[in-house]
Design a protein around this ligand. Structure first.
Ligand SMILES: [Zn+2]
Length: 295
């Protein structure tokens, strides 16, 4: 069995944090939707290579495209939760986070009729400032999280966090499984190999070499791709140079890169990798101090 997980964060090009200050939420419904076509192309690529994936669905998308979410589930993929309105966890705070989570889950479960128990925060926004979110996830019935990126970044990341999946013990007997976004230790550096911008920016040979090294060593990996990353025709936003580079770089090359990875490696949903690791006794406990979990 494979220990590689493939994931898609199911959202529109206008949901990304990079455009949050540029595109008012109230305009979302008026903007042209692009999510269906690019998601179907991702689905076709995943299915054609006999892989399976986890789709972290935004509640907002589930309400507007329930048939698409049903189709993903019917094609054998895992449906999980990406929050409702793509708001950063550390900006929401505990109460609004819980409300956002409930609203998202209700919308997704309404669309699919199945239970959702995996979560990924918008822009990996579970950081040291928002570790309290893990307790809320447990209280709301979630069984795993994949939001912690063990790197330093201005918007996300917990540098020094475990690179491999762990069971985070939260005190009082509560625990949640965490699948951190994939990095490769390279001397004093951490090479992020979790897909997304890193798949678009790193030379494909470097990305593929790094992932191959982890796979050869029997390490679990997780890739993350967004439908808008394979959609070079999406409407362009008048943003700063830096944001433009970050969002639009190599969009016309990403689909081919994703296809190459799908052909080279075998992928299954995150929940299955975690179940396997648990069955093999390879999910070590990580204790978080109460201080870190306080809201
Ligand atoms: Zn997202």
């Amino acid at each position: 069995m494979t220990l590689n997980a493939f994931s898609v964060d199911l959202e529109e090009y206008f949901h990304v944090s990079n455009f949050a200050s540029l595109i008012e939420r109230s305009r979302w419904d008026a903007l042209p939707s692009r999510v269906k076509d690019s998601t179907r192309r991702l689905l076709d690529a995943i299915d054609a290579t006999r892989n399976r994936a986890t789709f972290f669905v935004l509640g907002w998308i589930a309400e507007r495209h329930p048939a698409l979410v049903r189709e993903i589930a019917a094609r054998g993929h895992e449906i999980a939760c990406h929050g409702y309105g793509h708001e950063l966890v550390y900006e929401l705070g505990p109460e609004r986070f819980r409300a956002d989570l409930r609203r998202a889950r209700a919308a997704i479960e309404q669309a699919t009729g199945t239970v959702v128990n995996g979560y990924r925060a918008p822009s990996y926004s579970i950081t040291e400032a928002s570790l309290w979110a893990l307790q809320i996830l447990v209280e709301e019935g979630f069984r795993y999280d994949s939001s912690i990126f063990p790197i330093r970044h201005h918007r996300y990341g917990i540098p020094g966090f475990a690179r491999r999946p762990v069971r985070i013990r939260l005190g009082g007997g509560a625990a949640i499984r965490e699948f951190p976004l994939t990095t490769l230790a390279a001397g004093p550096w951490s090479l992020p190999l979790a897909g997304g911008a890193y798949l678009r920016f790193l030379p494909p040979s470097v990305f593929s070499w790094g992932l191959g090294r982890l796979v050869a060593a029997g390490e679990p990996t997780v890739l993350c791709v967004h439908p808008w990353e394979i959609d070079p025709e999406q409407p362009r936003q008048a943003s700063s140079w830096l944001v433009r580079v970050n969002h639009y770089h190599n969009l016309h090359r990403t689909e081919a890169r994703v296809r190459q990875l799908l052909e080279r490696f075998r992928f299954v949903p995150l929940g299955e990798v975690l179940d396997q690791l648990e069955a093999q006794g390879r999910l070590p406990d990580l204790d978080l101090a109460e201080r870190e979990l306080a809201a």
